[in-house]
Design a protein around this ligand. Structure first.
Ligand SMILES: [Zn+2]
Length: 332
């Protein structure tokens, strides 16, 4: 994995300085939106932590046995605890096993790293179990977490972690990253027009037909709002499917368009240009011309209420029906 990391240069420098100076925190959290590169940067940091001969500037050497094992995904001291359950979280039993394993010396070098990716569903009991070892870890044991937000963790865990925000990069850097993967220019253009500087989401868009379908549905939903077509709105919401993650993702995409519509309205009043983040800029422009700021905010609140209900395990069909009625009432 010696391909360059695009964007987040200040964060990478901070991590390399930590390695070079030997002031490495035993517990680190990388938080940021999906696709921003949290896991890529977490793995880079783990590789540097485990490297037998890091370079003077803190970068991993890429040639020692540890780096080679890491790149081949066979490093015995880079440990990914298993996920389980419907939400794919880390169980209390897994946390207990980690606590007992973490005090055992590393297999090869003088460090071991436990990597907990995507912790936004981590149970409070699991966190409290891990807290014991995070509070007083052996010097050789390191924990790396990734999540959407610091708020996904208990304050007691956060107070023990060095926390780093991971940002999306510029559209130009994102294009460079996709070009470095030898992807067709047409695909790069389409992906960046939807997901801007979010490299992970652009790659998802190019390689995962489900994501493209979700983007198309989000555009169709937007058009049905613009056209005041209550029937099409209900049909398109129904097409989002029955998978909680897919529906929540589509609602997030729709919410980004509402955010962009609000930004467009605000820019018109303030003559300020703020970058758009949504996957359908022309749709957001239409929303801004057909709806008032108040209507946009009300739809945003309705979408968020629906998202929260689905997150809380409510019936998806009923919740989406309620959203359809809410939007129709707001636009009516
Ligand atoms: Zn190395």
């Amino acid at each position: 994995m010696n391909t360059p990391i695009f964007g987040n240069s200040a964060l990478l420098s901070s991590l390399e300085n930590m390695i070079a100076s030997g002031r490495t925190a035993n517990s680190v959290l990388f938080f940021g939106v999906k696709g921003s590169g949290r896991k890529t940067i977490a793995r880079y940091y783990a590789k540097a932590l485990l490297c037998y001969n890091p370079l003077p500037d803190g970068k991993p050497c890429n040639s020692c046995k540890s780096c080679r094992n890491f790149d081949d995904n066979v490093h015995p001291d880079f440990i990914l605890p298993p996920k389980s359950g419907k939400l794919g979280g880390f169980s209390v039993d897994t946390a207990k096993l980690v606590c007992s394993d973490a005090i055992i010396s590393p297999n090869n070098g003088d460090r071991k790293v436990y990597f907990f990716p995507d912790c936004h569903n981590m149970d409070v009991r699991t966190q409290n179990t891990l807290l014991k070892i995070i509070e007083e870890p052996p010097a050789f044991t390191f924990f790396i977490f990734t999540s959407l937000s610091k708020n996904d963790f208990l304050p007691t865990i956060i107070s023990r972690c060095a926390c780093f925000g991971v940002c999306e990069c510029s559209e130009n850097l994102c294009r460079d990253a996709l070009t470095a993967k030898n992807l067709p220019q047409n695909d790069i253009d389409s992906a960046v027009s939807c997901f801007h500087g979010n490299i992970g989401r652009c790659l998802d868009y190019i390689f995962n037909p489900d994501i493209r379908l979700r983007v198309d549905l989000t555009k169709a939903l937007t058009n049905s709002i613009i056209n005041h077509d209550e029937y099409a709105l209900a049909v398109n919401l129904f097409k989002l499917g029955k998978e909680r993650y897919d529906v929540k993702d589509a609602l997030s995409l729709l919410d980004s368009l509402l955010r962009d519509a609000a930004v467009i309205l605000s820019s018109q009043q303030n003559s300020r240009s703020i970058p758009l983040i949504g996957c359908f800029p022309s749709g957001s422009a239409s929303l801004a011309s057909f709806l008032s700021a108040r209507q946009i905010i009300c739809i945003h609140l309705a979408v968020n209420k629906c998202w929260a209900a689905i997150e809380a395990n409510s019936n998806i069909s009923l919740t989406l029906s309620a959203l359809s009625s809410d939007i129709a009432a707001i636009c009516g």
